[in-house]
Design a protein around this ligand. Sequence first.
Ligand code: SAM
Ligand code: SF4
Length: 465
Amino acid sequence: MATATTSIQIDDARIASALAVGHHHDAGRVRAVLAKARELGGLDDAEMAVLMGVSDPELLGEFYHTARDVKERIYGNRLVLFAPLYISNLCSNECTYCAFRARNRELARRALTQEEIAGEVRHLVEEGHKRLLMVAGEANPKEGFSYILRSIETIYATASGCGEIRRVNVNIAPLSLDEFRLLKGASIGTYQLFQETYHRPTYARVHLGGRKVDYDWRITAMDRAMEAGIDDVGVGVLFGLFDWRYELLALRQHIEHLERRFGVGPHTISVPRLEPAVGSDVAMHPPQAVSDTDFRKLVAILRLAVPYTGIIMSTRETAELRRETFALGVSQISAGSRTNPGGYSDEERYDASQFSLGDHRPLDEVVRDVAMLGYVPSFCTACYRLGRTGADFMDLAKPGEIRLHCQPNGLATFQEYLSDYASAETRTVGEALITEVIATLEEPLRTATQKMVDAVRAGARDVFC
Ligand code: SAM
Ligand code: SF4
């Protein structure tokens, strides 16, 4: 049983020595690291550092090929889709990179009412979404934390036509242990929180006011969430604030800490890069901007270092870069996103957005594009609803068995999307892909999957195993 949380000290000396060792490498060392990565056991600090230094085009090609291979062996060719739902941009913190920061007068403030949240949910359901990530600034309207709980309840209770939201993940400020227990009671999927930067001096420089100035309260949030029984937690770094190499190795230490303490690491890792935000110079001019080349590299390193953890790619990135990262290990993507509260119902109101987006395409277009690239867009929520979370999920994922569930569930939920929401063009592309993928499956999985897809085509909904 876990005991009370003390803070997590990131070992800077350990990071510095890994980066120093990683600097001196040759092609043989790089290939040895890639061979180890193919065994799916993850990588240590020095091995991650070796990959950070790869620049030779041939070696980079081998490196990216390995990342793709590892991703496909564990996750198959599916990509899970979701949309963020911003319920409020009220915030008492002063994060210099964010448009929602308290002292920003250029932003229109808004906390959605429960009716407005229901309206947003109907809009997303009618587009075909089944998974949402609920997001809020750190200042709840009058009713305090119960606003968050009521909002989750509203999302689950709002159906439209034959659709509904089946999994609500949340990205909200760190909570106390008791509040995390209440959040767990609200049947959330993943609790997501980004440390922003693991580098304390940088953290202090960019967080100037409000509760978020407390680095330790934030870095221990996942401990409290897991102590409260939330099995699936999602970590992340806001890339662009400090050196990405340092951040990856520090993130690794955070993950190791959770694995040591709870026997299981995070369910997902998010890799947001700083995007322009109204009223933020830091967001316009990131102190340590990550180039596209380094960004591809960092995604591939994460894929090989922690092969069983999902990687999330948001619409902060352009369609083109997102496409490239699918092959490097990304397993979940958002689509058709708005980052302003009420943004789905009122398409004109961008003045309340948190940051600007790189990919503005509607869900249908993203789904078609993903399918044309040969990936199966999945709306599956089965693991969470069958209690396959935390250590149980990892036990299944480790031998690659999760694919036996994901493949049929992914295809059945994709068919559900195609039957209920897709344009004619997307439906044609999608159904051809489903036929193609089923033909590659071995028995008995092939017959079982075909049956599930046929059942959906015949009108059954929410079919999963
Ligand atoms: N307010 C809570 C918090 O800060 O943890 C949760 C929601 S906050 C809206 C979600 C995330 O948005 C932050 O953790 C941060 O990483 C990201 N973010 C803030 N400003 C950004 C920007 N300019 N570009 C990209 N991502 C940004
Ligand atoms: Fe508030 Fe979160 Fe934005 Fe910071 S990142 S200003 S806490 S919404």
